[in-house]
Ligand binder design. Structure first.
Ligand code: PLP
Length: 803
């Protein structure tokens, strides 16, 4: 079907006609997209079947990556690339008068995630498959992914996202593998010989139906599975419940993705989602293991279960429930198997993001699971007592249940054999501070796995121009072994290579400029520096610092006619959680600043501010290749890793950043001379938090530049915002003493940005920096990360499959 252009064309036309019962002439772009999608999925099928068959017969160890989010983006382009059939499809469609890129753009993003955590899960799936590792994703098939963002009068407006509206060509519904998940009810205990047994009774069951999506690796023969669970009612409602109520409540479980990634929401529906994901996945995994092995005694030798943050932490008590209640194991045996099976990644040190569930919500919803958590807690506290006798404070601080709350991170640590942070500095902060007590108790469980991104999507697919140049220069070995990108270092001072590299960047800037004009009507100068900050909106990520700096530049340009800067285009993209008042105000502020700056004849040739609405994976793929400067300016110690920083680096943007998360390793890899680092260090920030000693008002009063921009938030400077509009922001800086040290880092940020402007004007020097970043970005591929997980945590081996 894909072996020659002619065969492809014939197959495509036939498929289109049989699928839609209409002629090619009458077909729409969407019909054509679906036709191609179906052809590709069929093409994948035989390898998918062969992989599953091989996994079954070899009975090799499998890993299951449980995540409440998978931010996949579009799949057609990456599947064509990974299958090596992009060229033949492109050529065949061109003959038919179809632009493949148009078809790709008619695919809706699978936006089943908020940001970095969900995108990491998606990059990991790509790397697992590309390394032929037997690893599968388990998630929820949300009917609505993260909301679509519109900007109206400068404000964010949220619209329900509808990715399934036209169907999903990649998924296969597997009704035969549906399982029941039970909520509510009570627990009955009965004696059986010398054993106390428990039964969950009068529960309300719902059905979990899996939808499988094949995960194809790059030129790999193996095809893994992403299994997304859909919540559906059973044919008859339990407990004489009203049919319609039951249907509505059931479907709500997989209806919406929670649109917040750093606040513990504490809503009962969220806990239902978490248990739904975990229970369905574990029942399914265990069933398959039983079929292959007869018993669960060797589960930990054949299965690794990884939990992406604490959202799926109920995998621990759920596995215990299965081993105790269904398999009738002793507590000790069940616990040993559980701990050896499960591993956990921590993604944050923000205390407000650490999940804690009130017992009064947890216990009634999941009565048997709660009992098991209580027992885990009791045994854990007893162990602590043996080691720290009479140290009540320590035991209380480490307990899994305390003060009416279940602490999910504590449960995750007690029930996993491996706990990892996501960047070197983050893991150190976990060990030395946030989780110090746990590190002292379980020193061998803690380890670091610095995040990575798949270079196949974020370079090869999204930046074919740069990929082509790299291939022309050093060959294609880097595609399989990204560390080979280092070979580019030999060319970083080569004027001919520099010139070609420059032209690639300019070309991508022109493409983005077109997109910007389409979306905003604003024309930007592609000779200006494209200075980009795209990521979720959060106080700790400090978009505000960037905004205040732009206001300062504007002020200087207005005040001092002789002040010259290299023209800059500041580009933002960010969604704010709908309930996050402060974050939404920052979005309004960005848009008001754009309005002010872009239309002022005195500054508009040198300064532009662009807000690109609805930041998501497909838009990100257009932005990174066009960026000159990567803004990574979080308050040091707050960003666990970041992965946007890696995507920028891989596309030749130079980092302006704090020593936070993976920025530290980016600087170490690229070399300090190829990054612009500024601001407080994590140690300094943590010392301030511990000892006080920071007064933001001192900075306000002693730095005229700061006073001016902060006053402008509330003095009518923005004509379309009344005096109260930005009061919250003003208060956060002055009244609430600037928790994220925006004013403290303002002066160093202004200084480093001046350096950036000067550096850009030396084209040779800038290109050297930019090339060095690409050359050293190989370390940040998720292939490296996944290989480390596979070797050091999961103990899995590649599948031996032949074409
Ligand atoms: C990579 C990515 C993120 C994470 O960005 P950070 O800068 O690391 O916060 C968020 N959203 C999308 C769409 C991404 O592609």
């Amino acid at each position: 079907m894909f072996t020659s252009v002619e065969r492809f064309k014939a197959a495509f036309l036939e498929k289109l006609e049989t699928m839609y019962g209409k002629s090619f002439r009458d077909s729409t772009a969407r019909d054509q997209y679906h036709t191609l999608g179906h052809m590709v999925r069929e093409h994948i099928s035989s390898r998918w079947i062969a992989t599953n068959e091989k996994n079954r017969t070899d009975n090799n160890k499998q890993v299951y990556y449980l995540s409440i989010e998978f931010l996949l983006g579009r799949l057609l382009g990456s599947n064509l690339l990974n299958l090596g059939i992009h060229e033949v499809c492109e050529a065949g469609l061109r003959d038919l008068g179809i632009d493949l890129q148009d078809l790709e753009e008619s695919e809706a993003d699978a936006g089943l995630g908020n940001g970095g955590l969900g995108r990491l899960a998606a990059c990991f799936l790509d790397s697992l498959a590309s390394l032929s590792l037997p690893g599968h994703g388990c998630g929820i098939r949300y009917k609505h992914g993260l909301f679509d963002q519109k900007i109206v009068d400068g404000y964010q407006v949220e619209l329900p996202e509808q990715w399934l509206r036209h169907g999903n060509v990649w998924e296969v519904r597997r009704h035969d593998q549906a399982v029941e998940v039970h909520f509510w009810g009570s627990v009955e205990s009965l004696r059986s010989g010398d054993r106390l047994e428990f039964r969950h009774i009068n529960s309300e069951a719902i059905m979990a139906v899996p939808y499988d999506i094949p995960v194809v690796g790059y030129e790999a023969v193996a095809v893994n599975t992403l299994r997304l669970w859909n919540a559906e009612p059973l044919p008859f409602p339990p407990n004489q419940k009203n049919v319609l109520d039951y249907k509505r409540e059931t479907e709500a479980v997989s209806e919406f993705l929670y649109p917040d990634d750093t606040h513990d929401e504490g809503k009962i529906l969220r806990l239902k989602q978490q248990y739904f994901l975990v229970s369905a996945s574990l029942q399914n995994i265990v069933k398959q293991h039983r079929e292959r092995n007869g018993s669960l005694r060797n589960l930990h030798e054949k299965i690794a279960i990884h939990i992406n943050d604490t959202h799926p932490v109920l995998a621990i008590p759920e596995l215990m429930r299965i081993l105790l209640d269904e398999e009738k194991m002793s507590w000790e045996d069940a616990w040993h198997i559980t701990v050896q099976t499960i591993s956990y990644t921590n993604h944050t040190t923000l205390s407000e993001a650490l999940e804690k569930w009130p017992i009064r919500i947890f216990q009634p919803l999941l009565p048997r699971i709660y009992m098991i958590v209580e027992e885990i807690n009791e045994r854990f506290c007893r162990e602590l007592w043996d080691r720290y006798t009479y140290d009540w404070k320590r035991i209380e601080d480490m307990a899994i249940i305390a003060h009416g709350l279940v602490k999910m991170a504590h449960l995750a640590i007690a029930g996993s054999h491996s706990i990892n942070g996501v960047a070197h500095i983050h893991t150190e902060i976990l060990k030395q501070r946030e989780m110090r007590l746990f590190y002292e108790f379980y020193p061998d469980r803690f380890n670091n796995k610095t995040n990575g991104i798949t270079h196949r999507r974020w370079l090869l697919k999204s930046n074919p121009e740069l990929s082509g140049l790299i291939a022309d220069t050093i060959g294609t070995g880097w595609i399989h072994d990204p560390a080979k990108l280092q070979d580019l270092l030999a060319y970083k001072g080569d004027p001919a290579f520099q010139e070609r590299f420059f032209r690639v960047k300019q070309f991508r800037k022109e493409l983005l400029a077109k997109r910007i004009e389409e979306q905003t009507g604003i024309r930007v100068d592609t000779n200006s520096i494209f200075d980009v900050q795209v990521k979720r909106l959060h106080a700790y990520k400090r978009q505000l610092l960037n905004v205040l700096h732009i206001m300062h530049l504007y002020n200087r340009l207005k005040e001092d006619g002789g002040y010259t800067i290299h023209p800059r285009t500041f580009i933002f993209g960010a969604k704010a959680s709908p309930g996050y008042y402060y974050a939404k105000k920052i979005i309004k502020l960005m848009n008001e600043l754009a309005e002010k700056v872009n239309h002022d004849p005195q500054t508009r040739d040198r300064l532009k501010v662009i807000f690109l609405e609805n930041y998501r994976v497909s838009l990100a793929e257009e932005i990174f290749p066009a960026a000159d400067v990567s803004e990574q300016i979080s308050t040091a110690s707050k960003e666990a890793s970041g992965t946007g920083n890696m995507k920028f680096m891989m596309n030749g943007a130079v980092t302006v950043g704090t020593l936070d998360g993976a920025n530290v390793e980016i600087r170490d890899e690229a070399g300090a001379e190829n990054a612009f680092i500024f601001g407080l260090t994590a140690e300094e920030v943590l010392r301030y938090y511990q000892n006080g000693g920071y007064r933001s008002s001192d900075y306000y009063h002693h730095d005229k530049r700061i006073k001016k921009v902060v006053d402008q938030l509330v003095n009518g400077f923005f004509p379309n915002a009344d005096a109260e509009e930005f009061e919250t922001i003003y208060d956060s800086l002055i009244i609430q003493n600037d928790e994220y040290f925006v004013l403290r880092d303002f002066a160093p940020y202004v200084d480093i940005q001046e350096e950036v402007g000067r550096a850009y004007q030396n084209r040779q020097r800038w290109l050297e920096m930019s090339i060095a970043n690409v050359a050293k970005s190989g370390y940040f591929t998720s292939d490296r990360t996944i290989q480390q997980y596979a070797n050091e945590i999961w103990g899995i081996q590649p599948i031996q499959l032949y074409r």
